[in-house]
Write a protein that binds this ligand. Structure first.
Ligand code: HPA
Length: 290
């Protein structure tokens, strides 16, 4: 599979039509659950669960800790569509295929996208189990040309040159910070850098990433943010810091550690997301119509 592919609009529309037939309302909130965060979905009420592998065009997920299910239901009174797991570029998908579900959310009417991920802490003040509220990102990967918007632009999706100067919605960030503080959750605002993975960083790469101003590093999220902003959604993104990276100490990160710390992070992230959604009640329509 090439790093890019051109997916015709009809393919996204087929997936949206398939989902519309099976879900009784139009979701307004989208939520993506990162590595080790799948149990978060248990909080969704009156839910319907669908496997990625049954939905036309959805990428199958191959990584442990990512079940690859769509859960649609209610959270804090909002109709929500949850991706329980995501497909990553390193699994061999094109960057367009990894963001396929985000475009489908756009077609279904999602207005606010909340992304979560597991990330390695670069900022020396971060501890495993902390939450980072993304203030900005460095799309190292995208800066090298791997961008889900590469190719002819379709104006129906969004503009040719989307603005990313405020990619992470300032009002949602402020709400998330307020909730974290009120709940006593260790949280920091910071800059996320995305690498292609799946190998973890060398000590020299960790030094480089610190130097360029990154606070946490991961292997996802940025392409989803680009597609969501292109489609006019408001974005909030939260990293669960699963491990810390110190270039001068040899403490290799592991996927098992990422999944283990996820257990501490789930209730913290859930509390933040619930608090944000509670504050948004009434602000966005919770239409029962398609
Ligand atoms: N590096 C990259 N991605 C990650 C890490 C890490 O240390 N931890 C969780 N995702």
């Amino acid at each position: 599979m090439d790093v890019h592919e051109r997916i015709p609009r009809a393919e996204y529309e087929a997936a949206a039509a398939w989902l519309r037939e099976r879900i009784p309302f139009s979701p307004r909130i989208g939520l993506v659950l990162g590595s080790g965060l799948a149990p978060f979905a248990n909080a969704v009420e009156a839910s319907i669960t669908l496997a990625f592998t049954d939905i036309p065009g959805f990428p199958a997920v191959t990584v442990e800790g990512h079940p690859g299910r769509v859960i649609v239901g209610q959270l804090e009174g909002h109709p929500i569509m949850v991706l329980q797991g995501r497909a990553h570029f390193y699994e061999g998908y094109s960057v367009q295929r990894t963001t396929f579900p985000i475009r489908v959310m756009q077609l279904l009417g999602v207005r606010i996208l909340i992304l979560t991920n597991a990330a390695g802490g670069l900022n020396p003040e971060f501890r495993p189990g902390d939450v980072m509220i993304l203030r900005d990102h460095i799309g190292l990967f995208g800066m090298a040309g791997i961008n889900p918007l590469r190719g002819p632009n379709e104006m129906d999706w969004g503009p040719r040159f989307p603005d990313l100067s405020q990619a992470y919605d300032p009002a949602l960030r402020a709400l998330a910070c307020k909730v974290a503080q009120a709940e006593g959750i260790p949280a920091h605002e910071g800059v996320y850098v995305m690498l292609g993975g799946p190998s973890f960083e060398t000590p020299a790469e960790v030094r480089f990433l610190r130097l360029i101003g990154a606070d946490a590093v991961g292997m996802s999220t940025v392409p989803e943010v680009i597609v969501a902003r292109h489609g006019g959604m408001r974005v909030l993104a939260l990293s669960g810091i699963s491990n810390t990276l110190n270039p001068d100490a040899i403490e290799p990160p592991s996927h098992e550690e990422v999944l283990r710390v996820g257990q501490v992070l789930v209730p913290r992230l859930l509390a933040i997301v619930r608090g944000v959604l509670r504050s948004l009640r009434g602000e966005i329509s919770s239409s029962q119509n398609q």
